[in-house]
Write a protein that binds this ligand. Structure first.
Ligand code: AMP
Length: 577
């Protein structure tokens, strides 16, 4: 496909904020794409050069982009920078300054060159990158230049989420969303939208079922539903397994001989951050190749006691890792196995998976099979729960004995029963920031007084507002938030945000924060849970308890569905008194 054709579609996508319209445009784009190009097209529309789990960065900031524009157009650097100050976007700057007419560039050439820019290393990297980008700019028409630069700058901001891409693929074949379940399944086990698109294009939806779990490529993780009482767990599951709910980092570990890769809950690679866990996987997993999951938690090397989340989170860093690994080592509490030496065991019942997991783990300090008991009555659940809460843990996890591992799903196969659910609403929620208000009084001097926050509506892949949060942050944190948000500010609501309230500044849904509230109430001003004329739901007295849930992506936020069920549970417990 010609790059100019892709640019036509990008312009159309940019012009709409309606999801259905976006799906249709993507559908057209995918229909016209060749199988050889479609993966690149999918990645580019998401401002990426590889699947999300591959941390390939473009490696070009504003300064280098400015140099490339100068080199390509001959306009002095100072003038380029001046124009950027006025326009605020290097895409527009390049468009205005570019004089080329050619529309010869092909999508695959652009993609390969961008990858070359990103993967260049060693001596003279900076110069090579600038030259490569300048050469491409010279071959671009003004409009192509605009979109070309927006990709590495992360400024396409089309609002095309993963689910919209899947719907677009379905649309390209059928004109509707009917193939989404098949596409979603393929995506859940491969986590690679480009691969799904290419497979679908080459061999239709039948080809999707041939996509398999592969070691080294993360699987989207299974999640848990909430339980309000021990009785509810037994009602839903009957006899079940209980495990402690440990508050650390979810780890999916892939062992392929000596090569180990670790992935976080939002599928970022964390191997370099947690070398101690990687070593333990290498040493203690008794299979040549395997994929297991567990929770990594820091422990005190002196006493062996587990550390609270606030300390464990200190291991999430890029520097000083060697030192940290000595003072705050991690232990992996393994709770599941997905794949053993070529055998996909996700279809095997949980009880058997757990037994097989136990056989895989050799003695050693780094990995330990998580504690587990079987119960068949509420009293036993309450007892286990109480002992874990007294030991300082978050609560417990109940698991259905015959359940498969369903990639990417949140369902009642796993139920979390947390301390906070006892009685009133003390549980926290993870909300996505979608805008901010400048505020009055004291905080007006920072220019930020409250954050407009949303929950995730999975079905429609959008974010719906549930609270205006104005407390719980320190002055420093407010300032930090202001800077972070200004960098992703928009002059209109983001395409995936559904809000009745208009903040002073809209932002891209990107940051997730943990919030606590007293109560959930019905509210006409928020859109979460609103249906037709029925009001939505809002949080009463919300306050931030953790400003940076960096381990969660916006799609991992508390869902609209969860808010509604928390509201219903809260109402029921009020009736009971
Ligand atoms: P939440 O983040 O509250 O939805 O809880 C789900 C998370 O709990 C998982 O993603 C894991 O990181 C963590 N977790 C802790 N202990 C367990 C366990 N025994 N089984 C599964 N997940 C666990």
């Amino acid at each position: 496909m010609k790059f100019s054709t892709l640019v036509d579609y990008l312009a159309q996508l940019e012009a709409t904020s309606k999801r259905l319209e976006m799906t249709r445009i993507l559908g057209e784009l995918f229909k016209h794409a060749d199988a050889d190009d479609i993966a690149a097209i999918v990645y580019l529309t998401q401002e990426r050069l590889a699947p999300n789990y591959e941390a390939i960065e473009f490696g070009m900031g504003e300064a280098l982009i400015a140099q490339a524009v100068t080199l390509a157009t001959g306009v002095p650097l100072a003038d380029v920078k001046k124009l950027y100050k006025e326009r605020g976007d290097y895409g527009n700057v390049a468009e205005e300054l570019s004089r080329a007419k050619s529309k010869k560039l092909q999508v695959d050439q652009v993609f390969e060159k961008l990858r070359e820019i990103a993967t260049t290393s060693g001596e003279g990297t900076v110069e090579k990158r600038v030259n490569l980008l300048a050469d491409m700019l010279k071959a671009c028409s003004p409009r192509e230049a605009r979109y070309l630069l927006r990709v590495p700058m992360g400024r396409l901001r089309l609002g095309v989420g993963d689910v919209t891409v899947l719907d677009g693929l379905s649309w390209s074949e059928t004109g509707d969303k009917s193939l989404r379940p098949d596409l979603e399944r393929a995506y859940n086990i491969t986590s690679d939208l480009g691969l799904v698109a290419e497979t679908f294009k080459r061999s239709g939806f039948k080809g999707l079922s041939k996509l398999k779990i592969a070691v080294g490529r993360p699987i989207r993780m299974e999640l848990a539903e909430r339980a309000k009482s021990a009785q509810e767990i037994i009602d839903r599951m009957g006899e079940c397994a209980l495990e402690p709910k440990v508050d650390g980092f979810r780890v999916q570990a892939h062992k392929d001989g000596e090569k180990v890769r670790l992935f976080s809950r939002n599928l970022e690679e964390t191997t370099e951050m947690f070398p101690d866990v990687a070593d333990a996987v290498r040493a203690q997993l008794e299979a040549k190749r395997a994929i297991i999951e567990g929770e990594a938690i820091a422990f005190d090397p002196e006493t062996g006691d587990f550390r609270p989340f606030q300390e464990t989170i200190q291991r999430k860093r890029k520097y000083g890792i060697d030192e940290m690994k000595e003072t705050l080592p991690l232990k992996l509490l393994a709770f599941d196995v997905l794949w053993i030496d070529g055998e996909d065991v996700t279809g095997v019942g949980y009880k058997e998976r757990h037994e097989r997991l136990g056989e895989l783990i050799a003695e050693g300090p780094g990995i330990q099979l998580i504690e587990q008991i079987y119960v068949n009555e509420p009293k036993a659940i309450d007892e286990f729960f109480m002992t874990k809460v007294e030991a300082g843990l978050e609560g417990i996890m109940a698991k259905r004995l015959d359940s498969k591992y369903v990639a990417g799903a949140r369902n009642f196969n796993w139920m979390k029963f947390k301390r906070a659910y006892q009685g009133h609403l003390r549980d926290t929620m993870d909300l996505v920031v979608v805008g901010y208000l400048r505020g009055r009084g004291q905080r007006a001097r920072f220019g930020i007084g409250a954050l407009l926050c949303a929950v995730y509506d999975k079905k429609n892949d959008r974010f719906r507002t549930v609270a205006k949060v104005g407390s719980g942050l320190t002055e420093m944190e407010w300032l930090e938030y202001r800077n972070k948000l200004d960098a992703i500010a928009l002059d209109h609501p983001h395409a995936r945000v559904d809000s009745k309230m208009t903040p002073d500044v809209w932002v891209e849904p990107k940051y997730v924060m943990e919030v606590q509230a007293d109560e959930i109430t019905r509210s006409p001003i928020h859109t979460a849970g609103a249906k037709g004329d029925d009001p939505g739901y809002a949080l009463r007295f919300p306050r931030v308890t953790n400003p940076n849930r960096i381990d969660k992506s916006p799609e991992d936020a508390t869902t609209e569905h969860e808010i509604i069920s928390m509201f219903e549970k809260q109402s029921r417990s009020e009736v009971k008194g």
